[in-house]
Design a protein around this ligand. Structure first.
Ligand SMILES: [Zn+2]
Length: 233
């Protein structure tokens, strides 16, 4: 997509391709794992929505609504509207995969409730990351085309903010999943055997965040290499 035109074939583009492959493998893996445990009903016959409501109630969180949203793997907690949004394959589903995802989103609720530091940092970085990932990239290449060193550096700094956001996302996601598994077991929502299946689903989901963080680090590395090559010329 980018990269040719400046030097003919750009070998650093290999770094981008590695990132793409990692992301594709991780997302294929989460789909397969989710589908496998989507077919296994939980023993108590609870739905994703039931589990989310029970977890919130047990923790005394009464001002967060559990809602149904369309789409696949679109589940998320929205702190601004105080809603846990569960997708088609989670909200009404009694599968172990659905319960794992529902509990994970409640894990994010509990992070907000308990003032978990990494999620505060992550929320602070959202605007910078949105700004930096798109614009940083274009400023960088604009700087390359116009041969303007300061522009190139600004592009790299902006893009670094997006990378930092992806890195801070990792502890947030891992922690939401570990909270989820503890709550599913402690509140007797899943049997121990079912918890280990839910763990596999959540682990696969966490790997997609690892893959995208790795991809953005590789992209950053590429921009730095391109800058250094140019400085050497
Ligand atoms: Zn999450």
């Amino acid at each position: 997509m980018y990269g040719y035109g400046f030097y003919g074939f750009d070998p650093t583009y290999v770094l981008v391709l590695i990132g793409v492959v990692l992301s594709l493998v991780a997302s294929a893996n989460v789909k397969t794992t989710f589908n496998r445990y989507s077919r296994t009903r939980n023993v108590r016959g609870l739905t994703g929505a039931d589990v989310a409501r029970r977890i919130l109630e047990t923790n005394g969180v009464y001002d967060v609504q559990v809602r149904h949203v369309s789409g696949e793997l679109t589940d998320h907690f929205d702190p601004s509207s105080r809603t846990v949004n569960l997708s088609d394959s989670v909200y009404n589903s009694t599968s172990i995969a659905a319960l794992g995802v529902a509990a994970h989103e409640c894990g994010h609720v509990m992070q907000h409730e308990n003032g978990y530091t990494p999620i505060k940092i992550r929320t602070m970085l959202v605007p910078a990351a949105n700004f930096g990932s798109g614009l940083g990239f274009y400023i960088f290449f604009f700087g390359m085309v116009l041969s303007l060193s300061p522009l190139i550096s600004i592009g790299i700094i902006l893009f670094s903010l997006a990378v930092l956001f992806q890195i801070v996302t990792l502890p947030v996601e891992f922690n939401a999943s570990s909270r989820a598994l503890v709550m599913l077991e402690e509140y007797n929502l899943l049997d121990p055997g079912e918890v280990s299946s839910a763990r596999k689903v959540l682990k696969a989901a966490a790997l997609t965040y690892v893959a995208s963080a790795a991809a953005s680090i590789l992209q950053l590395l590429r921009l730095i290499i391109l800058k250094n090559q140019r400085d050497d010329d």
